[in-house]
Design a protein. Structure first.
Lengths: 351, 250
């Protein structure tokens, strides 16, 4: 029996598949950068790709909302002329982990809300995603089981699972089917392959376990009680406000809008650039008032933007469990430890 | 209205920041289109003793003669731009302030040091009012161009008041701390697009320290990464010794 939703790629054909795909499309995949760091970069061959990698320095959001993005070009040398700009390119991302696919799903929700963000949506329409399943934890910083992002749950075009000698590939969209067809190298999946996938997933249950002694459903209640917790004072002492945690977060999407005018002051462009609630000037408004002057309230805000506020608006948590904020924090602020402290605090005990 | 008259002046410095202007390439032609450079010792012989729309000052103030000279330039300039780390934060010249002035004079000039009067190194704003700052050693040309546009539009330019890490992470560099190297990015003001780290170097703190740095947190990080506190203090003081003058003035 064959299953049309699944295909097989033997490992010996992997490099051929990547070469063939990169000839048809611009392709980006995780690449090793040294010192246990990885980044999504353009690749042309399978050898460049790190199939086993821990979450990249920046998440794939950099393709969906580039760090700098021009939104408008204007010229007032002869009356005012202003044109909305969308810069995009078609690209395929290979090797996106389930946590990062969850991050993209979050961003899709945010930018599809009224008023829709056309620039984001155009990027999104032109990016195809090839997922890659994690067979084990990347490292001790991840909390993907708690966030329920360790297993595939849509949001991709095709999805690779490594089953030893071959990848079993789930085909989720027409674009995904085109990738399978256009590159060749894939074979139909037989029921034996699907059985192997089922037993692999069963084994995976023993590897991925809840990282913290709390039920996901109870976390937003925990945050309801923890606004005045002393845990936030501890973060105030440690945080340097470098903004690493938000820059690397797959679901942080805040941006600032700036103008750049030419030297003759006759034309220019308006662009957006990533911003961060962790930076002192972020909540500073006209008149010099700053709504979040301390590192404590800025860190607290970050946690509430992951575990409390999105529940009201999107009915989902905006933490994907990827661990990047913890991994990139020089001060050693670890998300799992913060949650653990909240659970163990007097506010947490009331649960 | 004619083109604004612009002059460059140098005090205690290496003149490298002015060289950045001479080397800026095509965009220099655009700038010369809109301003009239009347004095710029490094690239032209002409002098200008009259009124100026914009004075661009490189270098720090290190003796009485410089104090008089910068005051005189200030008097005849509409806008004064402190240009480069020496002018804006004191820069490497500030290292002099680590020593007793007589001791350091003797070290440099030998037994005749009394003929060479000196003062503690000061940034330009510690002597006269500064309207705009272009920080950096050397200045980052794209930022200089933005400051110039702000001057021409008569709007303020704010130096980003957050860490170099912000731009460095956005450039997706591997963190120097992951490489086991002490870097001043976490406490240094951004705006240079993490120029040094992009090119494999550490951040030396040439743009000054962010407002309200978390010193205790920074100490904890150094001990976590086994980086001696003195080493980092010396690194900070290499460019930022003159900030003590601002701190004492508060």
């Amino acid at each position: 029996m064959q299953d049309k939703q699944y295909a097989i790629l033997w490992k010996e054909n992997f490099n051929n598949f990547i070469s063939s795909l990169s000839k048809l499309h611009k392709l980006a995949a995780p690449v090793f950068k040294g010192y246990n760091n990885y980044a999504f970069e353009n690749v042309r061959s399978g050898q460049e790709i790190a199939l086993k990698y821990i979450p990249t320095i920046l998440p794939p959001k950099k393709f969906f909302m580039p760090v700098h993005e021009t939104l408008l070009e204007y010229d007032f040398s002869r009356g005012l002329k202003a044109d909305a700009v969308t810069e995009y390119e078609e690209i395929i991302l290979f090797g996106v982990h389930t946590c990062d696919i969850a991050g993209i799903q979050c961003l899709n929700m945010v930018f599809s809300e009224h008023p829709q963000d056309q620039n984001y949506l155009i990027h999104s329409q032109n990016i195809k995603i090839i997922g890659l399943e994690c067979n084990e934890y990347c490292d001790e910083f991840a909390n993907c089981h708690l966030m329920n992002t360790h297993l595939p749950d849509g949001g991709y075009d095709i999805f690779f699972t490594d089953l030893g000698d071959y990848f079993i590939v789930h085909i989720n969209t027409q674009a995904g089917e085109d990738i399978i067809k256009d590159t060749g190298f894939f074979m139909s999946a037989q029921s034996s392959h699907l059985n192997e996938l089922a037993s692999y997933r069963e084994k995976k249950q023993a590897i991925f376990k809840n990282e913290l002694p709390v039920e996901l459903d109870l976390i937003h209640d925990l945050f309801d009680r923890s606004f005045e917790s002393r845990i936030w004072d501890d973060l105030d002492e440690r945080c340097l406000a470098c903004g690493n945690c938000t820059n690397v977060c797959p679901t942080c999407y805040c941006f600032d809008i700036r103008d750049e005018i030419n030297l003759h002051l006759t034309a220019g462009k308006r662009y957006r650039v990533w911003d961060s609630c962790q930076l002192g000037p972020f909540a500073k408004v006209a008149g010099g008032k700053n709504f979040r002057t301390t590192r404590k309230v800025r860190q607290r805000h970050r946690y509430y933007r992951k575990f409390r506020y999105p529940m009201d608006r999107f009915s989902r948590y905006f933490c994907t469990g990827c661990g990047r904020c913890s991994r990139s924090c020089m001060a050693g602020i670890r998300l799992k430890e913060t949650l653990k402290s909240l659970i163990g605090s007097k506010e947490g005990a009331k649960a | 209205m004619g083109k604004p008259k612009v002059a460059f002046f140098d005090f205690a410095c290496c003149e490298g920041c002015q060289l950045q202007v001479a080397n800026m390439g095509e965009i220099l032609l655009d700038i010369l289109d809109i301003v009239d450079v009347v004095e710029f010792r490094e690239v032209m012989s002409e002098k200008w003793g009259g009124e100026l729309d914009i004075a661009i000052i490189e270098g720090s103030i290190t003796d009485e003669h410089s104090v008089e000279r910068i005051k005189e330039i200030r008097k005849r300039s509409g806008i004064l731009i402190a240009y480069g780390s020496c002018a804006t934060i004191g820069g490497v010249n500030g290292m002099k302030n680590n020593f007793d002035l007589d001791e350091i004079r003797e070290y440099v000039y030998g037994s005749d040091f009394h003929f060479f009067p000196t003062k503690k190194t000061m940034a330009v704003h510690q002597v006269v009012k500064v309207d705009y700052s272009v920080i950096g050693c050397p200045v980052y040309i794209p930022e200089f161009v933005e400051v110039l546009k702000a001057v021409l539009q008569d709007i303020p330019y704010s130096v980003p008041d957050y860490a170099v890490c912000v731009e460095c992470k956005q450039n997706e560099n591997v963190c120097m701390y992951d490489k086991g190297v002490g870097c001043l990015g976490p406490v240094t003001r951004a705006g240079c697009n993490s120029w040094c780290v992009n090119n494999g170097n550490i951040c030396y703190g040439c743009r000054g320290i962010v407002s309200g740095p978390n010193e205790k947190g920074a100490h904890d990080i150094l001990s976590k990464y086994n980086i001696p506190l003195d080493l980092i203090k010396n690194k900070i003081n290499m460019y930022n010794k003159c900030r003590e003058i601002d701190q004492n003035a508060q």
